[in-house]
Design a protein around this ligand. Structure first.
Ligand SMILES: Nc1ccn([C@@H]2O[C@H](COP(=O)(O)O)[C@@H](O)[C@H]2O)c(=O)n1
Ligand SMILES: C[C@@]1(CO)OP(=O)(O)OP(=O)(O)OC[C@H]1O
Length: 163
């Protein structure tokens, strides 16, 4: 069995009146993340962790932020496309562990739904998808609610000699 780890990071600006989608959940908040897609930083960090583990470049390499196909797209679809890229190389996902960093809103009540959205989208057990959150203790751009950050690590595996 071949096992690899991957790491991903993403950051998006927060702007008044924008939708705020994290882990496929639409959060009620005065501001939301701004990007070319739905700007779901959590899913983008997870995509980058998966691509990094498989040495398949990064999310912007596969889904360019100038491509009209991805304008406003749900990042759940980008995650599904990412998992297909890994699948083509024979990789399956062991587990994902992610960390959100934002002052507000509180993420804890939404974590089970985020885990379910991800698990359903890429056919994993919710038990293998960990999501956590922290504030930045009111410091810096996160503390001023100008941006939201996510980090993710993952483990992927395949039988030795498989593709
Ligand atoms: N947006 C957030 C931030 C934090 N949490 C939860 O609150 C706990 C305390 O956060 P601190 O940054 O003050 O340490 C944290 O461990 C999370 O459980 C949250 O749900 N949403
Ligand atoms: C997801 C993509 C593509 O729509 O755009 P954004 O939503 O701007 O997100 P980012 O994390 O900057 O990078 C990847 C992009 O190419």
């Amino acid at each position: 069995m071949k096992i690899k780890v991957g790491f991903g990071f993403d950051v998006h600006q927060l702007k008044e009146g924008h939708p705020f989608v994290l882990g496929g959940v639409n959060l009620e908040h005065h501001s939301g993340a701004y990007g070319h897609s739905d700007a779901d930083v959590l899913l983008h960090a997870i995509c980058d962790a998966l691509l990094g583990a498989a040495n398949l470049r990064d999310i912007g390499f596969h889904f360019k932020n100038t491509d009209p196909r991805w304008k406003g797209i749900s990042s759940i679809l980008l995650l599904q496309e990412t998992v297909k890229l890994l699948d083509e190389k024979g990789w399956s996902i062991g587990n994902i562990d992610a960390m959100l960093c934002l002052e507000a809103p509180k993420i804890n009540p939404h974590i089970p739904q985020m885990q379910k959205n991800i698990a359903d989208a890429i056919h994993m057990s919710q038990e293998d998808i960990s999501i956590k959150a922290t504030t930045n203790e009111q410091m810096g751009f996160i503390g001023r609610e100008e941006g939201v950050v996510a980090y993710a690590v993952c483990l992927i595996e395949k039988a030795s000699g498989n593709r």
